[in-house]
Ligand binder design. Structure first.
Ligand SMILES: [Zn+2]
Length: 465
């Protein structure tokens, strides 16, 4: 029997990453991400596996983003018994992300069932509850450090390298050594960029036979990350002059901490006046605690700054809010301030209250620091639609909208070509985790640079050795 790789999720799309590697003696799963889509498709795709979870010998988790770890509770519910291997930071972040995901799914089903009950339709169950997520997070996670090789299943050895994408993220390398076959596979999904705040640059492994790599921005070029800091500074100064508030919808994991990193620099360098900065999100607050605890995963510059008492998460006038009452109290405050809140795409959570209260006032600024998908409130704000609905009521969008697109934790086209180039020679490069146009654009540029490229389809299986 040969060594096979099957593409089970995050193929020609960006959510639900999952890959199965099978040797003669073992089955190893790479990531188990949550597939996002319309409700029915969401339940169908996430609740059905093409393999028996009980038969998996090892699950390797690359990082804590929900599109990579978010379906682990379904696997556990369906009998997964093996260990889950990842870095220490990934384990701690994943626990928080899964619990939050369970909570969101319970809320969504509560809303659906309210309608179904009224229409006499059958009631539904969440994909998994908060309790089930917590149970899954209590599974046997085995944490390992970067650059340390361990045996995860018979004849299969794992090494994690720093992917430079989010805190604790890893490029996964599997060395499979069987009597008949030997193969070294790299899995760089997702892959970071150089010079990201706090993080080390990606550490590309050598000696690979195959590379599975993301192509989220396979056809795009990002602005330099430094531009993010300058845009933050300029819009904060402008808003303070108008005596307005700055509202920043941000994902709780990594983006919130990146924004804080730049804000801490702007405050310490006295580039912006001192105004209160609120992180109004229990999840982002907890995640920031994990960042503080795991500063060992950050680059030397940030570690040194923290040791010298200049933490990006502790500076003058920075406040973290967990309590709902305190969150509501911000509405009555009239002075200029920065409010960072979730969700990242303005679909739920405390950001909705802040938008509702501030969107109609032209003195205020809504600062967009992340990707906004189609059909989200965030996207309507990005498009500067004149009226937007929040909690079913129409509001006039008068606040200034500033889009900072320099924030991205994914390598762009040029960075991908350079990083992948470092792994050459390779027998093949599998392009996943990207919309088809981005995969194609990356395949073209790799081919132009004399590198192989292949875009697999969903559930396709390839023989590696
Ligand atoms: Zn990611």
């Amino acid at each position: 029997m040969a060594i096979r790789l099957q593409f089970l999720g995050g193929v020609r799309t960006v959510t639900g990453s999952m890959h199965l590697v099978e040797s003669e003696t073992a089955k190893v799963l790479l990531d188990c991400g949550l597939f996002q889509g319309r409700r029915d498709e969401f339940y169908e795709r996430n609740s059905k596996f093409t393999f028996c979870p009980r038969q998996i010998d090892a699950l390797i988790l690359s990082h804590a983003h929900i599109d990579h770890c978010g379906n682990i509770p379904s696997l556990v519910k369906q009998g997964l018994r093996c260990k889950i291997f990842c870095t220490h930071a990934t384990r701690d972040l994943t626990k928080l992300m899964l619990e939050d995901s369970g909570k969101i799914q319970e809320e969504d089903i509560r809303y659906v069932n309210k309608i179904n009950r009224r229409l006499g339709l059958p009631l539904r169950k969440p994909l998994y509850t908060r309790q089930e997520a917590l149970r899954a997070a209590k599974r046997r996670f085995q944490v390992i450090s970067y650059n340390q090789q361990i045996c995860v299943a018979k004849n299969i050895f794992l090494t994690l390298y720093d992917a430079g994408h989010i805190l604790g993220s890893a490029i996964v390398v599997l060395d499979i050594q069987e009597a008949q076959h030997k193969v070294r596979i790299g899995y760089a999904v997702d892959l970071g960029r150089k010079n990201l705040p706090m993080l080390n640059d990606p550490h590309m492994p050598s000696g690979l036979d195959y590379l599975i790599v993301e192509s989220t921005y396979g056809g795009r070029i990002h602005s330099p990350i430094q531009e993010a800091k300058n845009k933050l500074r300029d819009s904060i100064i402008r808003t303070i002059e108008r005596k307005g508030k700055i509202i920043i919808p941000a994902f709780s994991l990594e983006r919130t901490q990146e924004v804080l990193y730049f804000l801490s620099e702007l405050v310490r360098e006295q580039q912006i006046p001192l105004i209160p900065i609120y992180v109004d999100s229990p999840l982002a607050t907890e995640i920031t605690e994990v960042f503080k605890y795991h500063h060992i995963y950050m680059n030397t510059k940030t570690q040194k700054a923290i040791e010298a008492g200049r933490s990006p998460f502790e500076f003058l006038h920075l406040h973290f809010i967990r309590d709902q009452k305190q969150s509501k109290a911000l509405n009555t405050e009239k002075r200029p301030m920065v409010i960072i809140a979730g969700s990242g795409m303005c679909e739920s959570g405390r950001i909705l209250h802040h938008l509702k209260n501030n969107i109609e006032d032209s003195r205020n600024t809504i600062l967009i620091v992340g990707f906004m998908a189609q059909d989200t409130l965030g996207r309507r704000i990005v498009e500067r639609q004149r009226y937007v609905k929040i909690f079913g009521i129409e509001y006039e969008l008068n606040a200034e909208v500033v889009i900072v697109d320099a924030f991205s934790a994914h390598a762009d086209r040029e960075e991908l070509v350079e990083l992948i180039g470092r792994c050459m020679p390779l027998k093949n490069i599998f392009l996943v985790h990207g919309e088809m146009d981005q995969c194609k654009a990356l395949a073209d540029v790799l081919t132009q640079n004399n590198m192989p490229a292949y875009i697999p389809s969903w559930r396709e299986q390839v023989i590696l050795a």
